[in-house]
Ligand binder design. Sequence first.
Ligand SMILES: Cc1cc2nc3c(=O)[nH]c(=O)nc-3n(C[C@H](O)[C@H](O)[C@H](O)COP(=O)(O)O)c2cc1C
Length: 204
Amino acid sequence: MNASPKLIVLGVTGSIAAHKAVDLTSLLVRQGCDVRVVMTSDALRFLTPLPFKTLSRHPVVTDLYDESEGWQPTHIRWADEADLLLIAPATANVIAKLAHGLADDALSCIALALKPEARLLIAPAMNGKMWQHPATRENVRILTERGAQFAGPDTGLLSCGYEGIGRLEPVESVAKQALELLGVKRPVPSTPRTKSQAKAKGPH
Ligand SMILES: Cc1cc2nc3c(=O)[nH]c(=O)nc-3n(C[C@H](O)[C@H](O)[C@H](O)COP(=O)(O)O)c2cc1C
């Protein structure tokens, strides 16, 4: 890896798969990336900032109006500094917001203020009908046309009880795609799993 580590802003949104972003943070940090985490207010309903703060070794942005580092709003500084904005898991809601340029929280403000050369990688996780809804299909089309890349979603058993498309892509695969986009050539180690976790591909 180059002397200056790649800066990844990781956006975590209000999906049942949000806990998997903890492993993703750990993987990316172990690959030498500087990871800054921003959580939406709905993501905070699923888990606390603590694991992200500890693993990324940076404060976590959770509120547009409660950013305490220096005079410049943290979300603007992170948008300026980011090499990659990775949103994992990405809800149908955040995908819609990004497609239409809404900026009503820290994550969507970062997305809008990102420098043109920064990359955007979106790893969706949602119910299959949400993913296949024409509104979401159109939002994905808009973002893809604008240069965003998508990782997944995967198929399998969903937490909503259905089987099909909508699972978050495995974090190793999301990390691999992120590193490829950044031009970092290092094999991504798999996350430590228990034997039972490895056997069962459980919901989300
Ligand atoms: C238990 C539960 C699980 C949810 N999981 C998802 C999900 O995986 N994907 C999704 O798009 N929305 C999911 N939602 C709905 C989102 O939380 C909701 O659309 C929210 O407004 C998203 O906000 P955010 O995009 O700002 O994080 C879930 C809601 C609940 C209550």
